[in-house]
Ligand binder design. Sequence first.
Ligand code: AMP
Ligand code: MN
Ligand code: MN
Ligand code: MN
Length: 278
Amino acid sequence: MFNVDLHCHSTVSDGALAPAEVAARAKANGVDVWALTDHDEIGGIAEAREAAGDLGMRYVTGVEISITWAGDTIHIVGLNFDETDADLARGLASTRSGRERRAREMAEQLAVAGIPNAFEGALKYVGNPDLISRTHFARYIVETGRCADTTEVFRNFLIEGKPGYVPHRWATLKDAVTWIRNAGGIAVVAHPGRYDLSDLALDSFLKEFKRFGGVGVEVVTGSHTPDEYGRFADVARQYGLLASRGSDFHAPGESHTDLGGLPPLPATLVPVWHDWRL
Ligand code: AMP
Ligand code: MN
Ligand code: MN
Ligand code: MN
Protein backbone atom coordinates (compact mmCIF):
# COMPACT_ATOMS: atom_id res chain seq x y z
CA MET A 1 0.00 0.00 0.00
CA PHE A 2 1.40 3.35 -1.08
CA ASN A 3 0.70 6.65 0.63
CA VAL A 4 -0.23 8.73 -2.42
CA ASP A 5 -0.79 12.50 -2.16
CA LEU A 6 -1.66 14.11 -5.48
CA HIS A 7 -2.81 17.60 -4.48
CA CYS A 8 -0.88 20.36 -2.69
CA HIS A 9 0.54 23.84 -3.17
CA SER A 10 3.85 25.70 -2.89
CA THR A 11 4.97 29.35 -2.98
CA VAL A 12 4.72 29.06 -6.77
CA SER A 13 0.97 29.56 -6.20
CA ASP A 14 -0.75 30.07 -2.83
CA GLY A 15 1.18 27.67 -0.60
CA ALA A 16 3.51 28.93 2.12
CA LEU A 17 6.45 26.54 1.55
CA ALA A 18 8.84 26.34 -1.40
CA PRO A 19 8.48 23.24 -3.61
CA ALA A 20 11.52 21.53 -2.01
CA GLU A 21 10.12 22.25 1.47
CA VAL A 22 6.76 20.74 0.49
CA ALA A 23 8.64 17.67 -0.80
CA ALA A 24 10.54 17.33 2.50
CA ARG A 25 7.32 17.64 4.51
CA ALA A 26 5.58 15.05 2.33
CA LYS A 27 8.48 12.64 2.79
CA ALA A 28 8.57 13.24 6.56
CA ASN A 29 4.83 12.47 6.67
CA GLY A 30 5.32 9.14 4.92
CA VAL A 31 4.21 10.04 1.39
CA ASP A 32 5.53 7.57 -1.24
CA VAL A 33 4.01 9.06 -4.40
CA TRP A 34 3.70 12.82 -4.60
CA ALA A 35 2.43 15.50 -6.99
CA LEU A 36 2.71 19.26 -6.47
CA THR A 37 -0.39 20.86 -8.03
CA ASP A 38 0.05 24.62 -7.97
CA HIS A 39 -2.83 26.75 -9.24
CA ASP A 40 -2.46 27.53 -12.96
CA GLU A 41 1.33 27.13 -12.70
CA ILE A 42 3.95 24.50 -13.42
CA GLY A 43 6.94 26.68 -12.49
CA GLY A 44 7.64 24.59 -9.39
CA ILE A 45 8.03 21.29 -11.20
CA ALA A 46 11.82 21.27 -11.69
CA GLU A 47 12.51 21.99 -8.02
CA ALA A 48 9.82 19.56 -6.87
CA ARG A 49 11.08 16.72 -9.03
CA GLU A 50 14.70 17.21 -7.99
CA ALA A 51 13.78 17.35 -4.29
CA ALA A 52 11.59 14.27 -4.55
CA GLY A 53 14.40 12.42 -6.33
CA ASP A 54 16.89 13.35 -3.59
CA LEU A 55 14.42 12.11 -0.98
CA GLY A 56 13.66 8.85 -2.79
CA MET A 57 9.99 9.74 -3.27
CA ARG A 58 8.13 8.95 -6.51
CA TYR A 59 7.22 12.21 -8.23
CA VAL A 60 4.34 12.87 -10.62
CA THR A 61 3.86 16.17 -12.50
CA GLY A 62 0.76 18.10 -11.46
CA VAL A 63 -1.23 21.31 -11.82
CA GLU A 64 -4.61 22.61 -10.63
CA ILE A 65 -6.34 24.63 -13.36
CA SER A 66 -9.05 27.19 -12.56
CA ILE A 67 -12.01 27.00 -14.93
CA THR A 68 -15.36 28.74 -15.28
CA TRP A 69 -18.26 26.41 -15.99
CA ALA A 70 -21.84 27.71 -16.20
CA GLY A 71 -20.78 30.73 -14.16
CA ASP A 72 -19.13 28.72 -11.39
CA THR A 73 -15.43 28.41 -10.61
CA ILE A 74 -14.29 24.79 -10.66
CA HIS A 75 -10.80 23.32 -10.35
CA ILE A 76 -9.38 20.62 -12.62
CA VAL A 77 -6.26 18.76 -11.54
CA GLY A 78 -3.90 17.57 -14.27
CA LEU A 79 -1.50 14.72 -13.48
CA ASN A 80 1.36 12.88 -15.10
CA PHE A 81 1.77 15.14 -18.14
CA ASP A 82 4.81 16.37 -20.05
CA GLU A 83 5.55 19.75 -18.53
CA THR A 84 7.49 20.88 -21.61
CA ASP A 85 4.29 20.88 -23.69
CA ALA A 86 4.03 24.36 -25.26
CA ASP A 87 0.21 24.51 -25.52
CA LEU A 88 -0.17 23.65 -21.85
CA ALA A 89 2.34 26.37 -20.90
CA ARG A 90 0.54 28.92 -23.08
CA GLY A 91 -2.86 27.92 -21.73
CA LEU A 92 -1.72 28.26 -18.14
CA ALA A 93 -0.11 31.64 -18.87
CA SER A 94 -3.38 32.92 -20.32
CA THR A 95 -5.33 31.55 -17.35
CA ARG A 96 -3.02 33.42 -14.95
CA SER A 97 -3.04 36.65 -16.91
CA GLY A 98 -6.03 38.44 -15.36
CA ARG A 99 -5.00 37.88 -11.76
CA GLU A 100 -3.22 41.16 -11.06
CA ARG A 101 -6.05 43.27 -12.41
CA ARG A 102 -8.55 41.23 -10.45
CA ALA A 103 -6.43 41.66 -7.31
CA ARG A 104 -6.42 45.45 -7.72
CA GLU A 105 -10.22 45.44 -7.92
CA MET A 106 -10.41 43.19 -4.87
CA ALA A 107 -8.21 45.67 -2.99
CA GLU A 108 -10.47 48.59 -3.98
CA GLN A 109 -13.48 46.79 -2.53
CA LEU A 110 -11.60 45.89 0.64
CA ALA A 111 -10.56 49.53 1.09
CA VAL A 112 -14.22 50.54 1.03
CA ALA A 113 -14.86 47.84 3.64
CA GLY A 114 -12.23 49.40 5.91
CA ILE A 115 -9.17 47.37 4.92
CA PRO A 116 -6.83 49.78 3.12
CA ASN A 117 -3.66 48.83 1.21
CA ALA A 118 -4.72 45.21 0.78
CA PHE A 119 -2.99 44.89 -2.60
CA GLU A 120 0.38 45.75 -1.07
CA GLY A 121 -0.49 43.68 2.00
CA ALA A 122 -1.36 40.60 -0.03
CA LEU A 123 1.79 41.02 -2.12
CA LYS A 124 3.90 40.42 0.99
CA TYR A 125 2.63 36.85 0.96
CA VAL A 126 3.02 36.30 -2.77
CA GLY A 127 5.92 34.13 -3.96
CA ASN A 128 5.08 34.38 -7.66
CA PRO A 129 4.00 37.82 -8.96
CA ASP A 130 1.96 36.08 -11.69
CA LEU A 131 -0.11 34.30 -9.12
CA ILE A 132 -1.69 36.65 -6.64
CA SER A 133 -4.69 34.80 -5.21
CA ARG A 134 -7.48 35.18 -2.69
CA THR A 135 -5.39 33.14 -0.27
CA HIS A 136 -2.77 35.89 -0.15
CA PHE A 137 -5.46 38.48 0.62
CA ALA A 138 -6.85 36.15 3.29
CA ARG A 139 -3.46 35.93 5.01
CA TYR A 140 -3.16 39.72 4.95
CA ILE A 141 -6.66 40.20 6.39
CA VAL A 142 -5.69 37.87 9.26
CA GLU A 143 -2.55 39.98 9.75
CA THR A 144 -4.70 43.14 10.12
CA GLY A 145 -6.60 41.49 12.97
CA ARG A 146 -9.99 41.77 11.22
CA CYS A 147 -10.33 37.95 11.24
CA ALA A 148 -8.82 35.30 13.48
CA ASP A 149 -7.92 32.88 10.67
CA THR A 150 -8.34 32.37 6.94
CA THR A 151 -11.47 30.25 7.46
CA GLU A 152 -13.13 33.26 9.06
CA VAL A 153 -11.90 35.46 6.20
CA PHE A 154 -13.56 33.15 3.66
CA ARG A 155 -16.85 33.50 5.56
CA ASN A 156 -16.85 37.32 5.61
CA PHE A 157 -14.73 38.46 2.68
CA LEU A 158 -13.54 37.37 -0.78
CA ILE A 159 -16.61 35.22 -1.55
CA GLU A 160 -19.67 36.03 -3.63
CA GLY A 161 -21.79 38.68 -1.92
CA LYS A 162 -18.98 39.80 0.43
CA PRO A 163 -16.37 42.57 0.12
CA GLY A 164 -13.34 41.67 -1.98
CA TYR A 165 -15.12 39.30 -4.35
CA VAL A 166 -14.46 40.00 -8.03
CA PRO A 167 -16.00 37.58 -10.50
CA HIS A 168 -13.47 36.25 -12.93
CA ARG A 169 -13.54 34.26 -16.15
CA TRP A 170 -11.02 31.43 -15.97
CA ALA A 171 -10.23 28.78 -18.62
CA THR A 172 -13.01 26.71 -20.18
CA LEU A 173 -13.57 23.08 -19.17
CA LYS A 174 -12.83 21.96 -22.69
CA ASP A 175 -9.56 23.88 -22.91
CA ALA A 176 -8.27 22.75 -19.52
CA VAL A 177 -8.98 19.07 -20.17
CA THR A 178 -7.57 19.33 -23.69
CA TRP A 179 -4.33 21.01 -22.57
CA ILE A 180 -3.79 18.26 -20.00
CA ARG A 181 -4.65 15.40 -22.37
CA ASN A 182 -2.58 16.73 -25.25
CA ALA A 183 0.38 16.95 -22.88
CA GLY A 184 -0.09 13.23 -22.19
CA GLY A 185 -1.71 13.64 -18.78
CA ILE A 186 -5.00 12.80 -17.12
CA ALA A 187 -7.65 15.28 -15.98
CA VAL A 188 -9.27 14.91 -12.56
CA VAL A 189 -12.11 16.95 -11.02
CA ALA A 190 -10.72 18.58 -7.86
CA HIS A 191 -12.74 18.44 -4.61
CA PRO A 192 -16.25 18.18 -6.16
CA GLY A 193 -17.82 18.59 -2.70
CA ARG A 194 -16.64 22.20 -2.59
CA TYR A 195 -18.81 23.45 -5.45
CA ASP A 196 -22.26 24.83 -5.08
CA LEU A 197 -23.74 22.61 -7.81
CA SER A 198 -27.18 20.98 -7.72
CA ASP A 199 -27.31 17.24 -8.41
CA LEU A 200 -28.55 18.07 -11.88
CA ALA A 201 -25.74 20.55 -12.57
CA LEU A 202 -23.14 18.10 -11.22
CA ASP A 203 -24.53 15.43 -13.54
CA SER A 204 -24.26 17.74 -16.59
CA PHE A 205 -20.81 18.82 -15.53
CA LEU A 206 -19.46 15.28 -15.11
CA LYS A 207 -20.95 14.16 -18.43
CA GLU A 208 -19.34 17.09 -20.20
CA PHE A 209 -16.05 16.49 -18.38
CA LYS A 210 -16.03 12.87 -19.57
CA ARG A 211 -17.01 13.85 -23.10
CA PHE A 212 -13.95 16.13 -23.30
CA GLY A 213 -11.78 13.25 -22.09
CA GLY A 214 -11.65 13.77 -18.31
CA VAL A 215 -11.13 10.50 -16.43
CA GLY A 216 -10.89 11.08 -12.69
CA VAL A 217 -12.43 12.64 -9.60
CA GLU A 218 -10.97 13.43 -6.18
CA VAL A 219 -12.72 11.35 -3.56
CA VAL A 220 -10.50 11.51 -0.48
CA THR A 221 -9.29 15.12 -0.22
CA GLY A 222 -8.57 17.59 2.55
CA SER A 223 -11.41 19.63 1.09
CA HIS A 224 -14.03 16.90 1.76
CA THR A 225 -15.71 15.77 4.94
CA PRO A 226 -15.70 12.01 5.66
CA ASP A 227 -19.37 11.93 4.53
CA GLU A 228 -18.27 13.37 1.21
CA TYR A 229 -15.67 10.59 0.79
CA GLY A 230 -18.63 8.21 0.62
CA ARG A 231 -20.76 10.43 -1.57
CA PHE A 232 -18.03 10.95 -4.16
CA ALA A 233 -16.93 7.31 -4.02
CA ASP A 234 -20.48 6.57 -5.23
CA VAL A 235 -20.13 9.26 -7.89
CA ALA A 236 -16.83 7.74 -9.08
CA ARG A 237 -18.48 4.31 -9.42
CA GLN A 238 -21.64 5.66 -11.02
CA TYR A 239 -19.78 7.69 -13.67
CA GLY A 240 -16.96 5.22 -14.20
CA LEU A 241 -14.32 7.69 -13.04
CA LEU A 242 -10.93 6.89 -11.53
CA ALA A 243 -10.50 8.06 -7.94
CA SER A 244 -7.82 10.38 -6.60
CA ARG A 245 -6.48 11.26 -3.16
CA GLY A 246 -4.79 14.49 -2.11
CA SER A 247 -4.44 16.65 0.98
CA ASP A 248 -4.77 20.08 -0.73
CA PHE A 249 -2.11 21.18 1.75
CA HIS A 250 -1.26 24.90 1.62
CA ALA A 251 0.58 25.90 4.80
CA PRO A 252 1.49 24.48 8.20
CA GLY A 253 -1.33 25.21 10.63
CA GLU A 254 -3.57 26.68 7.93
CA SER A 255 -4.91 23.63 6.13
CA HIS A 256 -6.63 21.18 8.45
CA THR A 257 -5.16 18.22 6.58
CA ASP A 258 -1.41 17.77 6.37
CA LEU A 259 0.45 16.08 3.52
CA GLY A 260 -0.10 12.33 3.45
CA GLY A 261 -2.54 12.54 6.35
CA LEU A 262 -5.77 11.28 4.80
CA PRO A 263 -7.44 7.88 4.97
CA PRO A 264 -6.85 5.56 1.99
CA LEU A 265 -9.25 5.43 -0.93
CA PRO A 266 -12.11 2.95 -0.53
CA ALA A 267 -10.73 -0.37 -1.80
CA THR A 268 -13.48 -0.85 -4.36
CA LEU A 269 -12.47 2.22 -6.38
CA VAL A 270 -9.97 2.23 -9.23
CA PRO A 271 -7.25 4.78 -8.30
CA VAL A 272 -5.90 7.26 -10.85
CA TRP A 273 -2.51 5.61 -10.36
CA HIS A 274 -3.77 2.08 -11.25
CA ASP A 275 -1.70 1.92 -14.45
CA TRP A 276 1.33 3.96 -13.32
CA ARG A 277 4.58 2.09 -12.85
CA LEU A 278 5.26 2.67 -9.16
P1 AMP B 1 -8.28 32.21 -6.28
O1 AMP B 1 -7.71 31.19 -7.23
O2 AMP B 1 -7.50 33.48 -6.22
O3 AMP B 1 -9.75 32.43 -6.48
O4 AMP B 1 -8.12 31.60 -4.81
C1 AMP B 1 -8.68 30.34 -4.52
C2 AMP B 1 -8.00 29.79 -3.28
O5 AMP B 1 -8.56 30.37 -2.12
C3 AMP B 1 -8.25 28.29 -3.11
O6 AMP B 1 -7.33 27.54 -3.86
C4 AMP B 1 -8.03 28.12 -1.64
O7 AMP B 1 -6.65 28.00 -1.37
C5 AMP B 1 -8.53 29.43 -1.07
N1 AMP B 1 -9.89 29.29 -0.55
C6 AMP B 1 -11.05 29.44 -1.21
N2 AMP B 1 -12.11 29.24 -0.39
C7 AMP B 1 -11.59 28.95 0.82
C8 AMP B 1 -12.13 28.64 2.11
N3 AMP B 1 -13.45 28.61 2.30
N4 AMP B 1 -11.29 28.39 3.11
C9 AMP B 1 -9.94 28.44 2.93
N5 AMP B 1 -9.37 28.71 1.74
C10 AMP B 1 -10.17 28.98 0.72
MN1 MN C 1 -5.35 27.34 -3.04
MN1 MN D 1 -8.90 23.87 -5.45
MN1 MN E 1 -5.74 23.02 -4.33
